[in-house]
Design a protein around this ligand. Structure first.
Ligand SMILES: C[S@@+](CC[C@H](N)C(=O)[O-])C[C@H]1O[C@@H](n2cnc3c(N)ncnc32)[C@H](O)[C@@H]1O
Length: 265
């Protein structure tokens, strides 16, 4: 209790020091929000992914972008510089706190930036959530997005939800639209080395498909067999833009930390 209060004070002091030095970026949330994105550097990771969106998923300035599990806007922030009319950005997340922060800060952007909240259950991010993600209908029209992104989101969904989110992404993608998502994949061409991998996925979830690092909080880190992912993508007629870019989480060389899979409709 005392150490948590001390930590909160330290974070607040560091934020105030940024303000005093004139280093406060209005779209970078205060440090107490950064649990949403783990240990990564909020700004540097956003910049990294903007480049991946361009080079791997052909991001265009006029794209209509949907950010599934947008959190505190790590990807939204970099997209404010990129998008121009008739482009647009819609994000949604299960954390009301994150969405409220984004709604307060993304105002008067060059293109519309909207943030939706869905009160869905997740053992890590929203244990008291009222509905199951496996039954959530994304609140957007069919074929209404050119690019759907989901960075570090399928890594927090169990199989019924992950499968359903792939189906929903396929539904809202326009013809030739792309889904850019990160995963933790096992099997396939580049198995995680048993030594040096960032997670130990030795437990199988109750659904018999997903592999979890912590059975007590299953959605803390979730991996999938690559064969399962490929078969679900085929079911929804989403074509993989080969190759899959395997990540460094496996304890090997890689483009990013997680595995990057880009598919098109
Ligand atoms: C590691 S964070 C990544 C956030 C953001 N995509 C980014 O890259 O900064 C995982 C996010 O997924 C969200 N999330 C978890 N389950 C979700 C669900 N069923 N639907 C939408 N978002 C979800 C969490 O609330 C959290 O913001």
């Amino acid at each position: 209790m005392v150490s948590r209060a001390l930590r909160a004070l330290q974070l607040r002091a560091a934020d105030l020091a940024d303000v005093a030095r004139g280093r406060r970026d209005p779209l970078t949330p205060p440090r107490r929000y950064l649990d949403f994105v783990g240990d990564s550097d909020f700004q540097a990771t956003g910049e990294e992914f903007l480049e991946h969106f361009r080079t791997l998923a052909g991001l265009q300035a006029t794209d209509r972008v949907l950010d599934v599990g947008c959190g505190i806007g790590r990807m939204a922030r970099v997209l404010t510089r990129e998008l121009r009319p008739p482009g647009s950005y819609d994000g949604f997340d299960i954390s009301l706190e994150a969405i409220e922060w984004c709604r307060r800060h993304y105002v008067r952007m060059g293109v519309p930036f909207t943030f939706g909240h869905a009160d869905l259950a997740n053992s890590l991010y929203n244990p008291g959530g009222r509905a199951a993600p496996s039954e959530y209908q994304f609140p957007y029209l069919d074929r209404s997005f050119d690019l759907v992104i989901a960075t570090s989101v399928f890594t927090h969904l169990l199989a019924d939800a992950a499968d359903h989110y792939l189906a929903q992404a396929a539904r809202v993608l326009a013809p030739r639209g792309r889904l850019f998502a990160t995963w933790l994949l096992v099997g396939g061409d580049s198995p995680a080395s048993s030594h040096g991998a960032a997670f130990d996925f030795s437990a199988v979830a109750g659904d018999g498909v997903a592999l979890v690092a912590d059975p007590a909080v299953p959605e803390a880190a979730v991996a999938y067999p690559e064969t399962w992912l490929r078969s679900r993508l085929a079911e929804y007629r989403l074509r993989v833009r080969e190759p899959i870019r395997y990540g460094t989480w496996r304890g090997r060389e890689g483009l990013s930390f997680q595995d990057i899979v880009v598919v098109e409709r």
